[in-house]
Design a binder for this molecule. Structure first.
Ligand code: KIV
Length: 271
């Protein structure tokens, strides 16, 4: 039987056992109670309350405006729904960089106020002190390297990262460092598949990819993208499992038609 099936709850240790047994880890984002309940019931291993909430829930162009209070609101809603999956919450931009005491305060707020199981943050050596301090409080940390959306104004574009040797070497060093510091897992976003596979083989902690090929230990997608709710976003790495946008628009226009034509509510739909 699979490790996912035998585990009562998915913990950071379960994820590490999955990597050791070459069992792939499935991770998706969720930001609200109803969606998180469905995702958990469908057998996901990890739910990420991602700062992509800034894009898909709040409509911002970047993840930068999302606040700690906002992610806490989303995470509380998700945690109330989840019975089995590990819930990881993104530390928003400006809540952990450059000041490790501030980083610890932010992570403690997330853990205390939401009941989530771990935090995720973007960066390598530049966030070392913050990672150390958060871990020192017993809070599990997931790293995130490659395309880091919180640094979009430094990168300038959302293109594939670490294609040149210098950036690839830096990424490999950062991945090793995050493992040595004690991170329990690492997200690699939008980097060449061969590099991601090399990183995954060089460290013991699970590597979860998004746009990083199949040679890693698991995959993550933004739920709105894989369900086809975000129509305008279609990078090569995205597989759409549904066309919910069309289904929702179809259902809403049928409702509008029924209301306008006096068809809804009918005799049986009233008291
Ligand atoms: O915020 C998010 O959704 C993420 C994933 C893309 C990994 O960080």
């Amino acid at each position: 039987m699979s490790i996912h099936k035998t585990a009562r709850k998915i913990t950071t240790h379960v994820l590490q056992a999955m990597k050791a047994k070459n069992e792939k880890i499935a991770m998706l984002t969720a930001y609200d109670f109803s969606m998180a309940k469905l995702v958990d019931q469908a057998g996901i291993d990890v739910i990420l309350v991602g700062d992509s909430a800034a894009n898909v829930m709040a409509g911002y162009d970047t993840t930068l405006p999302l606040t700690l209070d906002e992610i806490i609101y989303h995470a509380k809603s998700v945690v109330r729904a989840v019975e089995k999956a590990l819930v990881v919450v993104d530390l928003p931009f400006g809540t952990y960089q450059g000041n490790s005491k501030h980083a610890l305060d932010s992570a403690i707020r997330i853990m205390k106020e939401t009941g989530a199981h771990a935090v995720k943050l973007e960066g390598g050596k530049e966030v070392k002190e913050s990672v150390i301090r958060i871990l020192s409080a017993g809070i599990p940390v997931m790293g995130h390297l490659g395309l880091m959306p919180q640094s979009i104004h430094k990168f300038g574009t959302y293109v594939v990262r670490a294609k040149d040797e210098e950036e690839a070497n830096q990424l490999k060093e950062d991945a090793k460092l995050l493992e040595e510091l004690g991170c329990f897992a690492l997200v690699l976003e939008k980097i060449p598949a061969r590099l991601a596979e090399e990183v995954s083989q060089s460290i013991k902690i699970p590597v979860i990819g998004i746009g990083a090929g199949s040679g890693v230990d698991g995959q993550v997608l933004v739920i709105h993208d894989m369900l086809g709710l975000t129509q305008e976003f279609s990078p090569r790495f995205l597989r759409r499992y549904h066309d919910l946008a069309s289904e929702i628009k179809g259902a809403v226009s049928a409702y509008v038609k029924d209301v306008r034509s006096h068809d809804f509510p009918n005799e049986k739909e009233q008291y």
